[in-house]
Design a protein around this ligand. Structure first.
Ligand code: HEM
Length: 147
């Protein structure tokens, strides 16, 4: 597949993953402030956002990102230091996404009146936002690139 198509599908995945994850983490924060009677509705919406938007977006991003890297070849990968930094930051996003997914599963199984930490979701939402800025700017400016 021509590189333009690979970048296109990679970026469609990025938009879905980051958009879904930002909304998922933000709504979990609102959820913590809601009355117990409204909480199951929030749990449902969060599940839809995560499993139908953020997770498929992550799969698209990683699949087309890896395809792009293979297309560039090993000689490119060895000297593209920005890419190594980018992958480290992407790993941090994957860890946060996993934590949010596990927490969401626990909330789904818990009683709706169970207290929830708003601070945790606010902190993870802000961290994903900062990681998104850093990853996009690394990918578009490609510092430390020896090409
Ligand atoms: C395992 C995960 C990922 C891999 C393996 C990967 C790999 C790649 C590769 C090889 C390129 C092409 C670079 C070039 O042609 O010079 C690229 C482009 C890009 N990636 Fe990723 N990526 C991943 C995740 C992400 C994430 C999470 C974001 C954003 C949050 C992102 C944003 C971008 C952007 C904006 C470009 C376009 C750069 C340009 O052509 O100007 N990537 N990625």
């Amino acid at each position: 597949m021509a590189r333009g198509w690979l970048i296109g599908f990679h970026l469609i995945g990025v938009v879905l993953w980051m958009g879904g994850l930002m909304a998922f983490s933000r709504i979990l924060g609102y959820h913590s402030k809601e009355l117990p009677s409204a909480r199951p509705r929030f749990t449902f919406i969060e599940g839809r956002l995560n499993w139908l938007v953020a997770v498929p977006g992550a799969v698209l991003t990683v699949a087309f990102g890896l395809w792009l890297a293979i297309d560039h070849g090993m000689a490119w990968f060895r000297v593209a230091s920005w890419m190594h930094w980018k992958l480290t930051l992407v790993l941090a996003v994957v860890v946060i996404h996993t934590v949010l997914t596990v927490k969401h599963g626990q909330i789904r199984r818990a009683h709706p009146a169970e207290p929830m930490s708003r601070g945790l979701y606010a902190a993870l939402h802000g961290t994903v936002g900062l990681l998104l800025i850093a990853i996009v700017l690394l990918a578009t400016t490609q510092p430390m690139s020896q090409r």
